[in-house]
Write a protein that binds this ligand. Structure first.
Ligand SMILES: *[C@@H]1O[C@H](CO)[C@@H](O)[C@H](O)[C@H]1NC(C)=O
Ligand SMILES: *[C@@H]1O[C@H](CO)[C@@H](O)[C@H](O)[C@H]1NC(C)=O
Ligand SMILES: *[C@@H]1O[C@H](CO)[C@@H](O)[C@H](O)[C@H]1NC(C)=O
Ligand SMILES: *[C@@H]1O[C@H](CO)[C@@H](O)[C@H](O)[C@H]1NC(C)=O
Ligand SMILES: *[C@@H]1O[C@H](CO)[C@@H](O)[C@H](O)[C@H]1NC(C)=O
Ligand SMILES: *[C@@H]1O[C@H](CO)[C@@H](O)[C@H](O)[C@H]1NC(C)=O
Ligand SMILES: *[C@@H]1O[C@H](CO)[C@@H](O)[C@H](O)[C@H]1NC(C)=O
Ligand SMILES: *[C@@H]1O[C@H](CO)[C@@H](O)[C@H](O)[C@H]1NC(C)=O
Ligand SMILES: *[C@@H]1O[C@H](CO)[C@@H](O)[C@H](O)[C@H]1NC(C)=O
Length: 562
């Protein structure tokens, strides 16, 4: 099943321009990376929250270049996300490889509402059994479940817990014990999480994240002669914590949630999450980073030589991996949606179709006279502000300096009225998304190009008359993302882009009071009836193609912008 792969030396010979490793290794929001090597191939699984399909798995053979390989939770039976708020959903997967099979352990959080008090469900594969990080003890051959759990239902002090587990039933078959409470004062903000266990030179190591995923986030480690402790913490903890230099100092912050991997030649690396702070906020959220691990004289791990993580640093001897990456283009002609597109929560109706034969309306149709490929939506009552499943597909924003452009399918026949909208968005959550699209003009006749920007849950709308009763050919909606701003614009035919709105990127980087946003920005294509069903005689709407162009990202090592 596994491809025969070259050794690293052979790879360097075959491809002389081999690439060094530069951070982030997986750009765009991809937190809680769990890295695993099987043979000469590396895999990383990351959290997916309320996005579907769940848990992307990336693959690499050189640690520098990663491609989206698959999704672990690809059908609604695998993951239930009905009505979950932003930031809930699927958290912190862990990959293991045991007796020739991959295991993915993760959990779903349906709400963090303090009234509902719904407990997270820990599971592996499609089972609902209580298994989180799985550790196969190479000495005893027992498999342990290590998980983050509260001490009881009253104090709710989180810590790392463990039991020996049956891979067949998912049941604990040994004592359920408190394993370690980490290095911080053990109160409700300590948040020990993400336990990763491994065995090296007669020691069991327990690597965890602490401090919560924001500024205080860090990686710490302890070790023991037994997989069940007692644990001796590393005297040099934390082993990864950019916040030690001040939360406003370095661009890279929130470093933590690490997993180690050893290459076939015996080098060690740590994959972890970090934010790139841009003038105090991080529109792309938490991305996947990598750094070197060396072992000191006492066999404790040292990350990045004990130095902070800097964007300007790359490692490996050859020149850096190619940046900016090649543009992305999708004309939806492939028969299946590109796997880099997501939907929100779990779609329970088919709300889009792709390809030439995708028209649902046989009378007035963009594809009637001149067939063209594209994506058409079957819009429902929901929009991007609803905690439901709007007719929308989303792609993670991969660069802090890029454009996202989408060409609308032309319409024929009736105009859209005010309640029918089709457009694009830079989307963070149901509370913060900045849209440009086409709908019926407010208080008027005809169609308008509109923008809707949301700042602290207040939407500000702008309208420009389209001066056409149909969406013309070659109408393109544009979002220009820079580190500090998003601009929304349109172009029709050969005309230059008209920019209608500019908004600070910091509006795409935080949650309103009482909510959490654990993702970063995505770009969306959407159509919506905005509270009403899409009228039976309204035109079919959709997009002909999407283009993303990436520019250089000169992001400074210190978060200083003037
Ligand atoms: C663990 O499994 C390995 C390989 O299957 C075997 O060689 C070894 O004897 C086993 N150890 C124990 C303690 O069962
Ligand atoms: C961790 O803290 C809990 C709650 O105070 C305590 O019951 C438990 O014994 C502690 N575990 C360890 C390993 O110290
Ligand atoms: C937990 O302890 C830390 C360190 O003493 C303190 O900064 C923090 O405010 C405490 N958090 C809570 C919820 O008590
Ligand atoms: C960042 O922190 C380092 C170490 O504490 C300090 O020397 C440096 O002046 C700080 N830089 C800024 C821009 O605050
Ligand atoms: C639409 O009309 C209503 C009622 O006359 C008015 O309050 C509102 O400001 C108008 N909206 C716009 C965008 O002109
Ligand atoms: C439609 O016409 C108005 C008035 O001339 C103009 O301001 C507006 O820019 C035109 N709309 C488009 C999309 O060109
Ligand atoms: C947005 O709302 C939050 C509270 O939800 C408040 O702390 C913040 O100051 C507001 N920001 C602006 C720019 O109004
Ligand atoms: C973004 O890309 C533009 C166009 O190439 C370039 O002029 C600008 O310097 C880049 N910005 C950053 C922060 O790298
Ligand atoms: C950085 O953010 C501050 C507010 O925190 C704002 O006043 C300032 O204009 C921003 N700087 C830039 C270059 O956008």
């Amino acid at each position: 099943m596994w491809r025969v792969v070259f050794s690293v030396a052979a790879l360097l010979c075959a491809f002389p321009s081999a690439l060094a490793i530069k951070n982030p290794i997986i750009s765009g929001w991809n937190p809680d990376p769990s890295i695993l090597r099987v043979g000469n191939e590396y895999y990383i699984a990351t959290s997916s929250f309320e996005y579907f399909p769940g848990v992307p798995i990336y693959k690499s053979t050189d640690l520098a270049n990663w491609e989206l390989f698959s999704h672990a939770l690809a059908t609604p039976e695998h993951v239930q996300l009905y009505g979950v708020p932003t930031g809930a959903g699927v958290w912190a997967p862990t990959l293991s490889y045991i007796d020739g099979r991959f295991y993915l352990a993760s959990m779903t959080r349906w709400t963090y509402d303090p009234v509902a008090r719904v407990w997270p469900r820990v599971f592996f594969q499609s089972s609902e059994d209580l298994i989180h990080c799985l550790f196969l003890d190479p000495v005893s051959n027992k498999t342990y479940l290590n998980l983050m759990a509260p001490n009881n239902n009253f104090d709710r002090l989180w810590g790392i817990y463990q039991c020996e587990v049956s891979l067949k039933t998912g049941n604990c078959i040994g004592e359920y014990i408190s394993l370690w409470n980490g290095t911080l004062p053990h109160n409700s903000s300590a948040r020990d999480e993400g336990p990763k266990m491994f065995y090296k030179n007669d020691f069991y190591y327990l690597l965890i994240a602490e401090g919560g995923t924001d500024d205080l986030h860090r990686a710490t480690i302890a070790r023991s002669a037994s997989p069940s402790g007692p644990w001796t913490p590393n005297p040099n903890n934390p082993i990864l914590f950019n916040g030690a230099y001040g939360f406003d100092n370095l661009t890279v912050q929130s470093t933590g949630h690490a997993t180690f991997v050893e290459t076939p030649s015996g080098d060690w690396y740590a994959a972890f999450l970090a934010r790139r702070k841009i003038n105090g906020s991080s529109p792309l959220g938490r991305e996947t980073f990598l750094t070197t691990v060396t072992w000191d004289d006492n066999d404790w791990p040292v990350l990045n030589g004990g130095k902070p993580i800097l964007l300007s640093e790359s490692f490996g001897s050859a020149k850096d991996q190619k940046y900016p990456p090649a543009p992305f283009k999708d004309d939806f002609s492939q028969g299946a949606l590109d796997p880099s597109w997501y939907q929100l929560r779990v779609p329970y109706t088919d709300n889009y179709e792709i390809g030439i034969s995708s028209c649902h309306d046989t009378t007035q149709k963009w594809c009637g006279a001149t067939p063209q490929s594209g994506i058409t939506f079957a819009p429902n009552v929901f929009g991007l502000s609803d905690r439901d499943v709007p007719a929308a597909i989303l792609r993670k924003q991969k660069s802090l300096n890029m454009t996202f452009s989408a060409t609308l399918l032309p319409t024929t026949g009736l105009s859209l009225s005010y309640l029918q909208s089709v457009g694009i968005s830079v989307y963070l959550s149901e509370f913060e998304h900045q849209d440009i699209g086409i709908r019926g003009c407010v208080n008027g006749t005809g169609m308008c190009i509109y923008t809707s920007v949301i700042m602290n849950t207040t939407a500000i709308n702008n309208y420009v008359p389209l001066n056409s009763s149909v969406i013309p050919e070659n109408t393109i909606l544009h979002i220009r993302a820079t580190p500090l701003t998003y601009s929304l614009g349109y172009s029709i035919g050969q005309s230059p882009i008209s920019w209608m709105e500019e908004i600070a990127s910091s509006w795409l980087a935080f949650a309103p009071a009482n909510f959490f946003v654990f993702e970063g920005a995505s770009f969306a294509l959407f159509a919506s009836g905005n509270g009403n069903p899409w009228p039976w005689d309204a035109p079919t709407v959709g997009f002909k193609e999407v283009n993303e162009v990436y520019f250089e990202e000169n992001i400074p090592d210190h978060d200083i912008w003037t």
